[in-house]
Structure formats: C-alpha cells, structure tokens
Design a protein around this ligand. Structure first.
Ligand code: ZN
Length: 216
C-alpha cells in the first residue's frame, strides 16, 4: 500500500468552500469515484489553499497556482469532495485531501432512493484528453491506492455491500453506478474516463494493495 498511518496523503483543506462550511459529519461506509469529464489533469485547476492559509506559499509550490481563480475553494462552488487526484505542479500524479474523511461530500447529487453522499467518501479524478495512457495508468493506480487506504482505515470490505434506504449498495462504486441505483444524479463518470470493468479488476487491485501484495 502506498498510504498508511506513517505516510498519509497530502492535505489542502479547502475551508473557504460552501460545502466545507455547511456540510455535516457522516459515518463513511464506502468510497465513490468521480472523474471530472473535462480536459485538465492539473490539480491546480480545482484545488487551491485558502487565501490566508499559513502554508499557502508552500502549497502553491506543490500544487501550482490557478491564476484564473476558478478553483473550487470559493463559496460560489456548490460542490465539495473529500479528496482529488491529478497532477501536482511537478507533473507527479497524487492525491490531495480537501475535506475531513467524515465530512459529507456534495458529490453525486441524489436520485429517487436517496444519495450516496450520505454514505460514501468521494473523490474526483482530474481527467485529461483521454489519450495519454501513462496518465490514465497513474491516475488509476493512485485511485486504487487511496481507496485501499480508506478501506483499511475504516474497516471497509472492498468486496462488500451496505444497505441504505432499502438499497443494496456496493462499498465501492462510481457516480454512474450511484445513478443506476437511484442514489445519484445522471452522470456517466467514471466510465467515460475508461473504467469499464470497475467491479472485477479494480476491486482485485484494491484488495491486493490492502494485503500488501505486489501489484501493478
Ligand atoms: Zn461525478
């Protein structure tokens, strides 16, 4: 496993966002994957430190600067994720945690049966132009690693299911799956990014990572 108690993912809490300030705590029971559906693999497009963060200069150096001011650390953005995966300033593909894991994300919207926001930790993968296999592989690996870390941290079985409002929900799913179950808005992510076999290869990778077997 890449991440552990001794090597936690980097943190850039976006406390200026409306979600961070207005959401409530929940008990995480699974992990839900998103991908942005837009061509910009850089984390700086979405993740920036608070204006007055003590470590702002250091974080900008790590993430890169969004000079357009259209990142998600503003009250106008009515959405919020627990973490993001994409390229840091130096091109490395990594995870940045942007809310505590038990803060209810404003991620997948809701459907006829409710919302996976109530139960699942959620992250976005910054998509690129869908032509760079090296980036896809790195983002996929990172998503498996952070999912494995969270499964281990919360004792979540990656092969398991939970019951929510009478619906049997896989512990690991994506936004499109959530919509199919009546627990999210009608979005196609992460399937458009290329994750077409989410419940076999993916779960196996995560399980192997948790068990510290050599993977990838
Ligand atoms: Zn989504």
């Amino acid at each position: 496993m890449k991440y552990s108690d001794k090597n936690k993912p980097a943190v850039c809490m976006m406390t200026q966002s409306t979600c961070y300030q207005g959401t409530r705590k929940v008990t995480p029971k699974g992990i839900l994957w998103h991908s942005t559906g837009a061509n910009n693999p850089r984390l700086s497009r979405y993740v920036q430190p608070d204006d007055n963060a003590k470590d702002r200069a250091e974080m900008i150096k790590l993430i890169g600067k969004n000079s357009n001011g259209n990142d998600w650390n503003h009250e106008e953005v009515q959405a919020g994720l627990n973490c993001w995966i994409g390229k840091l300033a130096d091109g490395t593909v990594s995870t940045l945690q942007t809310m505590p894991w038990d803060y209810r994300p404003w991620g997948c919207g809701s459907g006829s049966k409710g919302s996976s926001n109530d139960t699942h930790i959620q992250f976005e993968i910054c998509e690129d132009g869908l032509t760079d296999k090296a980036y896809f592989d790195a983002a996929y690996k990172e998503a498996c690693e952070i999912t494995a870390y969270l499964c281990k941290f919360y004792g979540i079985d990656p092969n398991g299911t939970i019951k929510y409002n009478g619906v049997t929900v896989p512990t690991i799913l994506c936004h499109a799956d959530s919509h199919t179950l009546g627990l999210g808005s009608n979005h196609g992510d992460v399937l458009q990014f290329g994750f077409l076999d989410l419940f076999s290869v993916l779960i196996k990778q995560i399980t192997l990572s948790i068990n510290n077997t050599v993977i990838y």
